[in-house]
Each structure stands twice: as C-alpha cells, then as structure tokens.
Ligand binder design. Sequence first.
Ligand SMILES: *Cc1c(COP(=O)(O)O)cnc(C)c1O
Length: 393
Amino acid sequence: MSMAAVMNTYGRLPVSFTHGKGVYLYDEEGNQYIDAISGIGVNALGHAHPAVSDAIKKQADLLIHTSNLYGVENQKQLAEALCAVSGMDNVFFGNSGAEANEAAIKIARLYGHNKGVDQPHIVVMENAFHGRTMATLTASGSRKIQAGFEPLVNGFVRAPYGDIDALTNIAKNNPNIVAVLMEPLQGEGGVNCLPENHLAEIRALCDKNDWLMMLDEVQTGNGRTGCYFAYQHHHILPDVVTTAKGLGNGLPIGACLAHGKAATVLGPGNHGSTYGGNPLVCAAALVVVNTINQQQLCKNAQQMGALLLDKFNRAFEHNEAVTDIRGQGLMIGIELVRPCGELVDRARAKGVLINVTAGSVVRLLPPLIINPSQTEQLATVVIDIINDFIGNS
Ligand SMILES: *Cc1c(COP(=O)(O)O)cnc(C)c1O
C-alpha cells in the first residue's frame, strides 16, 4: 500500500487490516492474527466489541458534538464512573495521552505559582515517555524523541527511574520543584518496573515537600496491569493521574484526573479542548469502564498475565540470551541480550502481532479479554520465535 500522500512520520509494517473480532485481526488477504499489541494498548476490549459498537451507533444517531459551551451528560457520567473507580475527585477530558499530560503539567505549574513558586519545575524520569507535544516530549526521557526539536520547554528536572535517594536529594537541593510526573510502570521505555515500595515512598516524599504526585497511566490504566489503575496495587492515591489509550477502545480520548488540592487548581478559562469529552467518545468510554468492571477484566488481566509470565519463565529459565522477563498484568516485556526488531516479522508470519521496544525488549499488550487458550497459543508462538532467533543467530 503506498502511503506517499501521508507525511512520512512512521516506519510502517507491510500489512494492513480490513476488520477485527475480539483478539483477532484480519488482513487484506484474509489471514488471521492474534493482536498481542492491541493497537499499542488501546483495544483493551479487543476489536469490534459489540457493546462499544452499539454505544457508538446509538450515540451517533443522537448527538456527536455540542462543545464544552454546554453541559454534556455523557461526559458527566464518564467522569463520575472514573472517579468511582479511581478514588479521584474530578476529571478534565482531552483527546489523547499527550493532552492528558499537558493538563497535568499545567495543573502542576499553576499549583506552584499559587503557592509563590515563580519558576515551578517538575521532576521527570529517565526513559520516560509522555507524548509528542513540545512539553510532553521534553518531559520524555529519550534523546531520540527530542533531537532536532530544540529549544525544549523549561521547567523539568530529570531523575533516574526508581531511585528514591536521587529524588530525596533533588528535594533537598531544589526549592522550585512542585511535582513529580512518572509512569508507575514504563511502557515505551522498555516495560520497566519500580522497586516494590517505591510509589509509597514517592507518596511520602511528595507529602513531605508539598509536591503533587502525578502518575502517567496513559498505558497502564484501564485494567492493563491487573488493577483499574496501577497505583491501586500499592494502596496509595496520587494527586493527579492521566490516562488515555485503553479508555476509548479506539476512539480518541484522554483524561486527567485530580484529587484533593490538585482538583481545585484549574478554573474557568485556565484550560480547554474543543472536542474534549464529546458525547460520542464519552458514550464509548463509559461502556469501556463499565465492561472492565462488570466482566472483571482486571482479574482476567492478572490471571492471563500470570499464565504468560509462568510460561516464559519456564521456557527461558536456562537461556542466557533472555536477560529478563518482567511486567504486570497484561503488560509484559522479554528482554534479550541483543536487538531483536526482526522478531516482529517472524511473529507476524506465525499469525501473532507483537512489538519490540527499547531495541531488545519483546513487548506484549494483548487485549484484556484474551482467554486461556488464546493466551497459550500466544505464549507458544512467542517462545518458538525467540528460541528460533536465539538458536539461529
Ligand atoms: C502512549 C503514551 C503517551 C502518549 O499518548 P498519545 O495518545 O499518543 O498522545 C503518554 N504517556 C504514556 C505512558 C504512553 O504510553
């Protein structure tokens, strides 16, 4: 397929799809694939989910957009559902993960100014990914994403991921810090996990220094790691949480949730989005949130994720070419000793769509609805291609 009329910003694979059903995608030649990347963590309920499709069809016949000049009933209902599932107080809606993070960054800055910090700074992490807008690419911890787009945005301080001592030091030396922004489990950066008590320690550090604790759950949210939000594994509440990807199951939506003092920072005129939280996307997202809850998809993500980890741990136990197997719920990374980008093609040839991130990490983000036999099938193919790759190299 020639995509010459589209600006050349993506390295695309030589395949495109006509339709999907559940965990499966079908290409133009009718081949079936297990979609183990879910549109990069977006299709949490799989493809063509009947309840989501029905909600979209019904809402499209009623009202697609009215703007935030008026009350929006679906937006209200979705915000209430998100608050109920998260313990947060209120929500701002945008159209993407980057926009959700922009809202968080603006909350942190205004929070800082309100308490007399003229040059508010936000601590961000090495290897972080927060999006591609100017502020969010600056917050991201990857030179590849930033190079060529300088001047970057001021007001960010970088720290190593998972290093509480480094953050404690920053707290001692930098009175301009007003917030921490981080992923509870890094996705694009290579499926990197935090030490066991780290989020609780961050919570305490933020309380002590009057910083906002802001978690980017764009990828980890909406059931992906086996709780609705990943921070819920740690029994803490952040001040700000951002989410997107799985929330709309493919319709563009981003949400910035705030709690306590962070929830009252923005007022009329401080922030906005023309499309943000429109009736159509909110109708779809409301079905997503309800379905994740009613069908206990967090539990399924825990169980299927444990099944995958168990299979991979057994298969690669004595294999020195596999340096690490990690993740939580249905967000799993298998790190190899060397770059393994070609595994994407090898998996596709065997009917499985995967992704390789950070050069040498096979990343799996299957839909939360995946069942045990599909999970076994996925594990078998992934184990085969990795064994083959290592054996033949
Ligand atoms: C994908 C992602 C983003 C960016 O989301 P967009 O919808 O592409 O703007 C931000 N943060 C994290 C953790 C992500 O995984």
